[in-house]
Design a protein. Sequence first.
Length: 577
Amino acid sequence: MREYTLNLSMEELEKRTHKDYLVTKKFLKADAPEYAALADGDKEALKHLVRAANILGEINLHLDNADNVPFREFLEEEISKGNKQAELTKILFDAQKGINAIDTMSNPIFLAKEVGERLGRGVYPADLSVEEFHKILIKMLKDGKVEKVKNMLNQRSVVERDGGELVGISYIDKYKSEFAKMADELDRAAEVSTNEDFNEYLRLQAQALRTNDPMLDAYADKKWATLQDTPLEFTITRENYADEMTGTVIENEELKKLLDENGINPIPKDFLGGRVGIVNKKGTEALMAIKKYLPTLAKNMPYADEYEQNIKPDEETKQTMVDVDMVTAAGDVGEYRGGITLAENLPNDDKLSLTIGGGRRNVYHRQIRFISDMKKLQERLDEILDKDQHKYYLDEADHWFTIGHENAHSLGPKKGCEQLGKYRNIIEENKADMGALAFVDLLTELGMYTEEQRKQIIVTTITDNFLKSKPTLSQAHRVRTVMQNKFFSERGAYDIVDGKIHVNIEKVVPIAKEMLAQIVRIQIEEDFDKAEKYVLDNFVWTDNMELIAQKLQKISKTLNGRLETELADKLSQEGEL
Ligand SMILES: [Zn+2]
């Protein structure tokens, strides 16, 4: 067994695992009415889906960091010997689902002294530097090994050393037996679940897990994106925000030229998550309100006549949306690393299914958005927001904003924008936020929001643009928040009066439109230098941001978080019916 030195002291661990610092998000309980209301077949299917998700979570541990599994074994061994420090470390390991993560203050949380930051996570050799990576690729391309390089620079391969070269091995081949077991669980679920469309998707997905063929993924994704009225929710989430290695290739001029000449578009690697839940009918109905307006929004995007969009102005919208009571979130989608996402709009623009007429599907995570402590919320407002504007702060408005954000991912240029490298995700998230805000007036005119709701979305969003700490450049979801805050403050969207935010409500939407236009221009042009300048010009942590951050830190002590998945835990241990 590999040995490790635990990195966090007892004092640090006791603090971080204390309930004031470690928030618990509670998913459905074993006696949840949502579960009790399911048909017997769906209950049985749910069990298999939870198992499938758990297998995927194990696979993703490998993709995330090669030390994850050996380190967990080491912790378990130490715990069995009565090592208290290992026991507390294991709580954080399970919460962040891995050996290395970041906390809500953007501090790195590395659990073993021996394992530091790795740009290439578990999908590149641990000892591979960016320089060596580029050097090997250049040599291989000059030697005419184009196919071999192609196999490396895509979403779905693990890169390993191969003599003096590198080789890409597809995820499916690399973890063949695990994926096969997962496929069996999906097929079993498809035998008993009551919804034929859902079952067809599960079977397609199972096939895609058994054979290494990206087209099989595309067929499964295409079917998945049509699912609207199913009792159950199951998704393999595939997002590539965490790979910081692949994107570096476009920053090397010589390499970029060779890649262009050989027609290779490098796409960062996917990390995999398994989401299982029960579709909430009422919540889903509320989401659907926006659907009929999407073609109008597409028409009103900046420079709309210059590009193709996922949502077509004059066609039926190929986008489904569901609100889900969460049963489990395994792997990437369930890692608490500074937080857990409120919703996802998939597949992302780099995926093949979008090229064969597939649409997208939005899934909202109910249990993640529920606020457990209204008293804390009030304390926060008392500290940071002008008292006269408290009436416009509403946690429900944050959900409306999220709906706008997810849908805005489907607006704008329909392309992966890989040439923007490490700024690609920041700019895409920035677009989604500004899309949500820029259309608030239009959606109010069209009757989706009332005047009161309009003000609530604006004030809530500007208030929530203040973070508890300055993020690092790798946190796409936070960097864009700082950029927006800076952009808004310079243009007078808010003032800080006596240490509190006062939102100049009427200025917000026009500023959001201005920013959205800049973002879309960058996505159209796909010029790395322009993207870099735009991000660095706006990613500035101002004194006002620091002032509010200090106040937020006093109120919310949360540093880490975890999921409590009682129903899933019970189902995963049940025998066959
Ligand atoms: Zn987003």
